[in-house]
Ligand binder design. Structure first.
Ligand SMILES: Cc1cc2nc3c(=O)[nH]c(=O)nc-3n(C[C@H](O)[C@H](O)[C@H](O)COP(=O)(O)O)c2cc1C
Length: 414
């Protein structure tokens, strides 16, 4: 399933902002961007710019944050055993995934309501990813119609949250087909809404309830209020959940917004079969943890799975994807692409996942922080940082091609 191209190396990522994004819709590059040296460095500027409830929505996970913390810890438990004296001068990180070659082995994970964090957030994320040659998965909880993303960045993937209701499934799948997406991602770890106490404590709610506290957050974060919120209201009106079904959903402030999420707890394997029969493109299932579930998706003809615990945002205490990806890879045996997300922050994290057999990884929060604080330039920089780290780490590991990586390069931390 997974092969690497052995053509000449591009190494690091170089694309000028103008080439990458001729019709910019974000703010100008900031000098503060120069202080960002790694993906974690995007969090502090985003925290300063965003109202507390919005920062809390991105940063938080569910209940005790056990899975969120566990995701980060899983990478720290692994160490490298580098190989030396191999000529790595022709190294490259291009990666074939489900028939498409990407410039790097990582992409941008789907994140809901991104357009509330950065002006036209999903479009900016999608365009930056497309310009860099990596995939971006647009969220089914996006506030921008999926047709606009497909038009702005045609290589984007679409992620759906579907209820166990055949009519609604068929209607959304038909809409995604009509928009021209090539890859549909079905997220399956959300049978019900998670218990995100920290969102409540930070003042975030769905629907968003206007309050004095929220108004104060707007006043005390003027850059976000002017550059993202007011600009959105003035140009596009009150944001709605646009992509839950075939037609426009409820506005984010509406009481009916919860009803809009539908009967997700009815979703089962027969619905996956139905989606497979209707969807002609690549089909990916996101939120797999167990090897037997991976096998069950294979029996339904999926092209790829994303091993994920939703960044620790669903069932608190779910095992870290990195800890189970090896078993899933073994069970799948190359019959579908195996991807992973959750806690990937460094080039070394990407390479650890690949050494365990993952074909590809996705990164969530850091890209949304980058978009919130710096718009397109921030995402561009975040992608470049991760590519540069991978390029450097491959040299230090002694590998020219990602397919050379295997478990022999890893050791458990003492
Ligand atoms: C703010 C935010 C919103 C998210 N929204 C969605 C979503 O709409 N659909 C989905 O499948 N996953 C969603 N996720 C989960 C991500 O796709 C991904 O699984 C997770 O963020 C990866 O972990 P990381 O943030 O540690 O990289 C969201 C995550 C965050 C942080």
């Amino acid at each position: 399933m997974m092969t690497d191209s052995h053509r000449a190396p591009p190494g690091g990522f170089v694309a000028t902002r103008r080439e990458a994004f001729p019709n910019r819709t974000d703010q100008k590059p900031s000098r503060a961007l120069g202080n960002v040296l790694c993906l974690d460095d995007f969090e502090a500027p985003a925290r300063r710019i965003l109202p507390r409830p919005l920062y809390g929505y991105i940063a938080g996970a569910s209940e005790t944050n056990a899975s969120l913390d566990g995701n980060a810890a899983s990478f720290r438990r692994l160490r490298f055993r580098p190989r030396v004296l191999t000529d790595v001068s022709a190294r490259h990180q291009r990666r074939m995934l489900m028939g498409t070659e990407y410039a790097a082995p990582f992409g941008i994970a789907p994140m809901g309501i991104s357009a509330l964090m950065a002006y036209r957030g999903d479009i900016v994320l999608a365009r930056a990813a497309e310009a860099a040659g990596i995939p971006m998965i647009m969220s089914g909880s996006s506030l921008i119609p999926l047709e606009e993303i497909a038009a702005a960045a045609p290589s984007s993937w679409f992620q759906a949250y579907l209820p166990g209701e055949p009519d609604r499934i068929d209607a959304l799948v038909d809409r995604v087909i009509a928009a021209g997406f090539g890859t549909l991602v079905l997220t399956v770890d959300t049978a019900t809404l998670a218990n995100r106490e920290n969102n409540v404590r930070a003042g975030f709610s769905t629907p968003l309830r206007p309050s004095l506290a929220l108004a104060w957050q707007g006043l005390s974060h003027p850059r976000w209020t002017c550059a993202t919120f007011m600009r959105t209201l003035l140009r596009h009106g009150v944001p709605h959940f646009e992509n839950s079904y075939a037609t426009r959903g409820a506005p984010i402030v509406a009481r009916s917004v919860m009803r809009d999420f539908g009967k997700r707890d009815h979703l089962n394997w027969t619905h996956l079969e139905r989606i497979r029969a209707r969807w002609p493109g690549k089909l990916v299932v996101k939120g797999i943890i167990r090897a037997e579930d991976a096998l069950a998706t294979l029996e339904r003809g999926v092209d790829g799975i994303i091993v994920s615990n939703h960044g620790g945002r669903q069932l608190d205490g779910t095992v870290a994807p990195l800890d189970v990806v090896g078993a899933v890879v073994e069970a799948v045996g190359g019959r579908a692409a195996v991807m992973l997300d959750g806690g990937v922050r460094r080039g070394t994290d990407v390479l650890k996942a690949i050494a365990l057999g993952a074909d590809f990884v996705f990164v969530g929060r850091p890209f949304l922080y980058a978009a919130s604080a710096f718009g397109f330039s921030g995402i561009e920089r975040a992608i470049a940082i991760l590519m540069e780290e991978i390029h450097r780490d491959m040299a230090l590991l002694g590998v020219e091609h990602l397919m050379d990586l295997d478990r022999s390069f890893l050791a458990k931390a003492a």
